[in-house]
Design a protein around this ligand. Structure first.
Ligand code: 5GP
Length: 364
């Protein structure tokens, strides 16, 4: 069993050969630390230092080390090379420090799992804890669904009878790469009602490493210390799904969407629903609403979370306003009544698209 040194800014008498700028909560940095701890590389060789030592991630000093202002980054005093990408840092450490586990068994599955992780999970990992954007996914919900789907792709590559590690009985880069992300997933996904958060093979592997291997246990505790600190600072409060939920009662618009009350549907897709207003205020009068209200009882409740759906509503309104068959002419009045002073009656955000006559200004 190896001894594990504390992760902290370390005081040294002479400069280390290499400095890893990283913090305990850093997901990608954690994979580098797993390798450092497993190989018992001393801080005189690789010192793990907080980016705050250079003033923080966005300072000129740090940006010289990593122009993206992200963690981790490694400065190699010997070569003068800065490596600002976790997988490359790991492979560099493995190429320099041969003692201990190689992390590179002759099994292509290790590289495959690591690459799948970095291409499809890392790129949207922030959907669990940050404001968007979430890669190619417009909403947090969509990104989380994709995250779960991609976890299942890795799940399908695991043989539960194969051994304690992802690629059998030998630890590999895949274990170091995937484990830190699963700490986030196990902690965060239940907040979004995803239970159980990890698929069975990944769950078994994750818990076994966390509970029986002191290095993985240590890294788990490091990441969790960061997550718990965020928890205490109410970091999840502004996040739809994790911190707050739309618990307002359903409105008549839900009945129109379900068909319980008939509506003249003009247009709909996976995200929006448009129908003729029952009490038209102009020759052409269509309402466009988000199918999933997600807290948008009124426009005033919009947050960064809603950027995509707000765009979708306006694009749909633009298309509808050009539809001559609906009675629109050249242009339209697009209105969102917001709250009591705005004259809003139905607490489910809706965009009025009015046309077929010349509008007056100012409105009443
Ligand atoms: P608000 O005043 O909240 O901005 O607009 C609500 C709109 O919903 C009104 O223009 C109203 O005529 C319309 N509306 C209310 N109930 C129904 C309904 O059952 N069917 C349809 N098609 N429109 C409705």
């Amino acid at each position: 069993m190896c001894t594990v040194k504390a992760l902290s800014s370390q005081t040294m008498t002479s400069s280390p050969l290499r400095t890893l700028y990283d913090l305990p909560v850093s997901n990608n940095g954690a994979r580098c630390r797993i390798i450092l701890y497993k190989k018992e590389i001393p801080s005189s060789e690789v010192a793990v230092v907080s980016p705050m030592e250079l003033g923080g991630l966005k300072t000129q000093e740090y940006l010289k080390v990593n122009p993206q202002g992200k963690m981790p980054a490694m400065v190699c005093t010997e070569t003068g090379l800065n490596i600002a990408e976790s997988d490359t840092i790991c492979r560099y450490i493995l190429s320099v420090y041969k003692d201990g586990p190689s992390f590179q068994p002759e099994n292509p599955k290790s590289n495959l799992i690591s690459r799948l992780h970095d291409m499809y999970l890392t790129t949207i990992q922030n959907c669990m804890y940050k404001a968007g954007p979430f890669g190619n996914f417009g909403t947090r919900k969509d990104a989380i669904a994709e995250y779960v789907k991609q976890m299942n792709v890795i799940e399908s590559l695991i043989d539960p009878d194969d051994g304690m590690y992802l690629c059998g009985n030998e630890i590999s880069l895949a274990d170091a790469t995937v484990f830190p992300s699963m700490i986030f997933a196990a902690h965060m996904l239940p907040k979004f009602d995803i239970e159980p958060p990890l698929p069975p093979n990944l769950n078994k592997w994750y818990n076994q490493l966390k509970n029986t291997d002191p290095v993985f246990e240590k890294v788990h505790d490091e990441v969790m210390s960061g997550l718990n600190a965020w928890e205490e600072k109410n970091r999840w409060h502004p996040i739809l799904g994790a911190g707050w939920r739309d618990e307002e009662p359903a409105t008549i618009f839900d009945k129109l969407m379900s068909g319980d009350i008939p509506a003249t549907v003009v247009k709909q897709d996976d995200k929006i629903f448009a129908f003729k207003d029952i009490n038209p205020a102009a020759p052409a009068h269509v309402l466009v609403i988000p199918k999933d209200r997600s807290g948008l009882t009124r426009l005033g409740k919009a947050t960064e979370e809603h950027t995509e759906i707000l765009g979708r509503l306006l694009v749909a309104a633009a298309e509808i306003s050009k539809d001559k068959e609906l009675g629109f002419g050249d242009g339209a009045r697009i209105v969102i009544n917001d709250g009591p002073d705005g004259g809003q009656e139905v607490p489910h955000l809706h965009v009025h698209v009015l046309g077929g006559r010349s509008m007056q200004w100012p409105p009443g």
